[in-house]
Design a protein around this ligand. Sequence first.
Ligand SMILES: [Zn+2]
Ligand SMILES: [Zn+2]
Length: 630
Amino acid sequence: MEVINQIKETIHNIAPNNAEITKIEMEGPEIAIYTKNPKAFFENDNLVSKLSHELKKMMNIRTDKSLLMDKDEALEKIKEIIPVDAGIKDITFNECFSEAVIEALKPGLVIGKGGETSKRIILETGWTPNIVRAPTQESEILTGLRHHLNKYSKERKEILKQVAERIYRDANKQAEWVRIGALGGFQEVGRSCMLVETPQTKVLLDCGLNVSNATKDSYPFLETLHFPLSELDAVIISHAHMDHCGFLPYLFKMGYKGPVYSTLPTRDLMTLMQFDFIDVLTKEGRDAPYSERDVKEMLKYCIPRDYRKVTDIAPDMRLTLHNAAHILGSASVHLHIGEGDHNLVYSGDIKYGFVRLFDNIDLNYPRLETLIIESTYGGKSDYQPNREIAEKQLFDIVKQTIDQGGNVLIPVFAVGRGQEIMLVIENFFKTGLMKPKCYVDGMTNEASAVHTAYPEYLREKVKRRILQNDSPFISEIFKNAKNLDRKQILEDGGSVIIASSGMLTGGSSYYYFKELAEDPKNTLIFVGFQAQGTTGRKIQEGIKELPITDSHGRTKALKINMRIETVDGFSGHSDILQLLSYLKRINPKPKRVLVNHGEKSKAIAFSQYISQKMKIPSTAMRNLDMVRLK
Ligand SMILES: [Zn+2]
Ligand SMILES: [Zn+2]
């Protein structure tokens, strides 16, 4: 543990004598300093920044346990210090980390100008404030998850310590070779997973499953990992769609006990998706590959990282997450391998182009040799109309249907498209040209609530609205269908129904589809990608009859008479032109491009174009291929 000892020595050398440090602990990639004199750190701001600058790590200053104020007394004191406007929802104490977890509607007011208020809390009570934002609408998942993490904080602390021991173990910092193994999601969409390996380190990028195909070819080829899971250093999750995170709990079921890195919203949203996945399968009488217990176990090992924060994850590997503008918290992954030996960017799912919800995608990297890029719309003619045209087209179809008394069903991914489409429909209302009834069903409501807890991950305009208590997701236009009579909604007619799942693979959208399909007055509008093999894809391709099971368990043929439309242009994925623009603008220019996340013909066509026209060597890897990068 030479590195850890060096870190401790550096801290002791820099800190003044009156710092009264009683303990220095590694908390995963971060450092916690326990002190009997927090004043020494907080009255001298430079000390904390000097330490983080010198060690290139995040520092957490905590008060020695002997100086923590009694909890009841501290609670009163904290309430006294924080202005009422902050909208405190909850305060809990976490002894393991000497932390007061403060959940507030306006965290900025708990921090105070220049951090004054939070400094006062630690100096006057001893407890370090850990400030989290309360969602502006009730969220079962956030409440449950935050409670769970608090309950297991002792165990989490031990986990973080072990993670640190592995990150900073005595090992070669250079990587003599680097290679990448394709375990899933190559020449296909679904079950994204790959292994990045050096002589001393093994890391998985994404661990997804194919939801459209729950029996065959659903899971990544983990059985080809010929090493015990204890040798796996880390798993990095790009974003919370099931094709990227859906198989992660299975790793924990199999005994993986290592860290999972992602952004904070990704941690929360993927938990929501995984719980929902188990729920949907169970209701359909099918077995899920893992249980809720495995998801809860996974949560203890999650280490959230912000965009653009560099983090050591192995002796020879540094991770940085960047904005991918695809869904809330979605990231492109940058790995700095060895001492400058190789730099890898995995794009994840990306949107290059305007969206209402997120800032533009990150294009600048410190260094870049290999780029792994998605190719969902990588085919030669995969153009998408621009947003203006798409919104006009959607408007027209909705208006025509409503005017003749029909219902509109828009199946969406609960995370991403759901919120984007809500913003668009809200805009329709504002024009005054139509006023349909609008119902939101399925997991979309819960996912929207999570968005309101992370406004800093949203585009400025949406962020401002949430902060000013004008969240577009709780606009009076939208009614939560959860507690309403679904049959009545349909009978009334003239409604727009936004429901998940996005590809009609189950859930509430599938229910509505079955009810609406036979009446030609109704319209089904696809606004997102429909994967091969899904019910959505079959309908999109024009089948007129679908075998379904009725409530008595009998199979019958459902006639599809409703109007079927696809409106392109709302996708969270880049179309071919946007993918090419991304490749031209990404800086620096990669020396090699590997293509994943696209059907076979698209991945191959895209890769050929990159090699021939852009003159960058490129391969559309197949599952189970291995490529040596260095
Ligand atoms: Zn995605
Ligand atoms: Zn994906």
